[in-house]
Design a protein around this ligand. Structure first.
Ligand code: HEC
Length: 175
């Protein structure tokens, strides 16, 4: 009799412990899923550093499919350059390598201007299409920024809106 009561009692406390353990698991799951949400800020993918990183991807096509073509850059402030497009941007170009008149680059387009000084890659100047507008940046190849996203509207966009621009892109006018 005594023994029976004892074992019933320990069964109950075992069940009680199980309940507590399950409760703790659920609380932990809740905490982790919340902290995960806080950690994933979608805007981080479009920060200055993230865009700089993206200039190092390999999925680019050069202007008019000619990687050896070093352009003079005499019309802009940067100097000799090569221009490359990510796949989204490149697919918007016609067979002559230009964006059709009066059309726009699609969301996610990324154009990178590799600027060369004395034959050596010196600066990346780039524009990234987000929410229908360009994010601009200019950074030395060692990661030192010259202009950041916040500077784009005042430093870059004005000159890039000069007559003849195609969705604020100017290379098509000159080369
Ligand atoms: C005074 C005018 C001017 C300013 C300011 C300017 N650009 Fe440009 N940019 C040009 C011209 C002109 C070209 C065409 C290529 C060339 O001749 O250099 C060009 C080309 C580019 C290109 C290649 C795509 C295209 O439009 O042809 C990128 C990317 C670019 N500039 C980024 C920038 C960024 C980023 C800034 C600001 C930090 C900036 N530019 C400021 C005139 C300017």
């Amino acid at each position: 009799m005594n023994c029976l009561i004892k074992s019933r009692h320990s069964n109950l406390s075992y069940l009680y412990n199980m309940k507590q353990a399950i409760l703790i698991i659920f609380i932990l799951l809740g905490v982790f899923s919340c902290s995960k949400k806080v950690g994933t800020n979608p805007d981080l993918a479009y920060s200055d550093n993230a865009l700089f990183d993206s200039t190092h991807n390999s999925n680019y096509n050069y202007y008019q499919n000619n990687p050896g073509n070093l352009l003079s850059g005499t019309n802009g402030p940067h100097g000799t350059f090569k221009l490359r497009f990510n796949t989204i941007a490149y697919n918007a170009l016609t067979s002559n390598g230009k964006l059709p008149l009066n059309s726009k680059f699609p969301e996610g387009s990324f154009l990178v201007k590799d600027v060369y000084k004395n034959g050596v890659l010196d600066i990346y100047a780039y524009m990234y299409k987000r929410n229908g507008d360009w994010l601009w940046g200019e950074v030395h190849s060692d990661g030192k920024f010259i202009a950041k996203i916040k500077d784009g509207p005042s430093v870059c966009a004005g000159c890039h809106s000069q007559s003849g621009n195609r969705d604020q892109v100017l290379t098509f006018n000159f080369y």
